[in-house]
Design a protein around this ligand. Structure first.
Ligand code: FAD
Length: 378
């Protein structure tokens, strides 16, 4: 039986964070571990180089999607280039001029595909990683990565699997009795699906308020959140952004579960949201106490009838495939030292915690590659 496919560094995920890592690997002289044509490894993978002649080493990128774009492939159609926050360029290639009305789900996958092509990045897809584990009996200290396209062996991993595949649904009493539809924002397609309905939107983040605004034009909406949302007037406050990132950074340094950076920066009063507020759409209610067959029982005891409950309750880091590595500690999160998992210099997490933004993903890719180049050399 053929052994695992070898690469010095395996990048898992080809969203902004994974592509940034691939860019920096290439830039530092890492070479593809084999020839990749249209997402497939063709011919024999490159033999393992123990002489150092191949530069610092070899790499491959494994991505579960059927095409380029990471999670942007799945964002709802109404999330247009004019309504996304601020998408930083991938390293080394500026975004082409775009029509601000075009959906981000069209523009960004197109840009990412062009990027992968021009840099000739070795992205294998669709390849979903099922589990990564230590090859304990292997004196070279490799990590084994099992995927639906076979097993890979790597000296180091850069995990860049984002959050989109792990939507977070809180549990509330009576949830299973609800006769209407419950969906998470990850499943949202368009406001028209709710025409004429009564919709309860749960969550205090940007997705919640943007979707409330658009659904409120065709349906009657109720907004509930656990905490009073924090609103900001200024368009973008770099200081608030930096403080938010520092706070999340400190949490992961202590091994706590990361919080979303946006939950720390607050919501920005955009013109369409001010207009929605003037229509009463952003009158926020405290969280309901239970879900009943026909609606939700509000904190004041009244029943709010509902045809649909939209959970805009965020995402968690998609790291289940790393469970055999036992990276989580008692704090509920993974203790991080920069992008490196503390105590495990072979594993870096990019796009995780403080780097879960496009600018953060860019920097994390660069930092992880810098640290791994040193580690592999050592
Ligand atoms: P992703 O883009 O999610 O890429 C992860 C990749 O890993 C995917 O291709 C996925 O298929 C793959 N993958 C996952 N699991 C596996 C596996 N087991 N095996 C193989 N491959 C796997 N940030 C901003 O800076 N500006 C914005 O305007 C902005 N808007 C946002 C809007 C929404 C609705 C959401 C949810 C987030 C937004 N963000 C925004 C945050 C944004 O998600 C990140 O900034 C960035 O796009 C995430 O990149 P990533 O590479 O970490 O993850």
């Amino acid at each position: 039986m053929a052994g695992p496919i070898e690469a010095d560094v395996l990048v898992i995920g080809a969203g902004q964070a994974g592509l940034s890592a691939a860019y920096h690997l290439r830039r530092r002289g890492f070479v593809p571990a084999g020839e990749v044509i249209e997402g497939e490894l063709v011919g024999e993978p490159a033999a393992r180089d123990t002489t150092g002649a191949a530069g610092p080493g070899t790499y491959l990128v494994l991505d579960a999607e059927t095409g380029a774009g990471g999670a942007w492939r799945h964002r709802w159609r109404s999330l247009r280039m004019a309504t996304v926050n601020n998408i930083y360029d991938l390293p080394g290639m500026t975004q082409p001029d775009v029509d601000p009305c075009e959906p981000s789900a069209t523009v960004l996958p197109r840009y990412f595909a062009q990027y992968e092509d021009e840099l000739d990045l070795p992205v294998l897809r669709p390849v979903r990683v099922r589990r990564a584990r230590r090859a304990d009996d292997d004196p070279t200290g490799r990590l084994l990565v099992e995927s639906d396209a076979g097993t890979f062996a790597a000296r180091a991993l850069i995990n860049a699997t984002g959050t989109w595949t792990k939507p977070f649904w809180p549990r509330y009493p009576g949830q299973e009795t609800f006769r209407g539809r419950q969906l998470h924002v990850a499943q949202y397609v368009a406001a028209e699906e709710f025409t004429g309905q009564q919709v309860v939107v749960v969550g205090g983040g940007i997705s919640a308020v943007q979707l409330l605004e658009e659904i409120s034009h065709v349906a009657s909406t109720t907004w509930v959140t656990r905490r009073e949302p924090v609103w900001r007037d200024e368009d973008f406050d770099p200081d608030a952004g930096r403080q938010a990132v520092a706070l999340v950074e400190e949490r992961v340094r202590q091994g706590l579960a990361p919080r979303s950076v946006v939950s720390v920066t607050g919501l920005i009063w955009r013109p369409e949201l001010r207009a929605a507020a003037a229509r009463g759409v952003l009158d926020r209610h405290p969280m309901f106490t239970r879900i009943e067959p026909d609606g939700v029982r509000m904190a004041d005891g009244t029943l709010r009838r509902a045809d649909a409950i939209l959970w805009a309750t965020g995402f968690r880091a998609a790291l289940d495939h790393l469970a055999p590595l036992r990276l989580r500690g008692h704090g509920g999160g993974i203790t991080m030292d920069g992008t490196q998992v503390a105590g495990e210099p072979r594993v870096h997490l990019v796009g995780y915690g403080p780097s879960s933004s496009t600018v953060g993903a860019n920097r994390a890719g660069r930092d992880a590659v810098h640290a791994l180049t040193e580690h592999l050399r050592g």
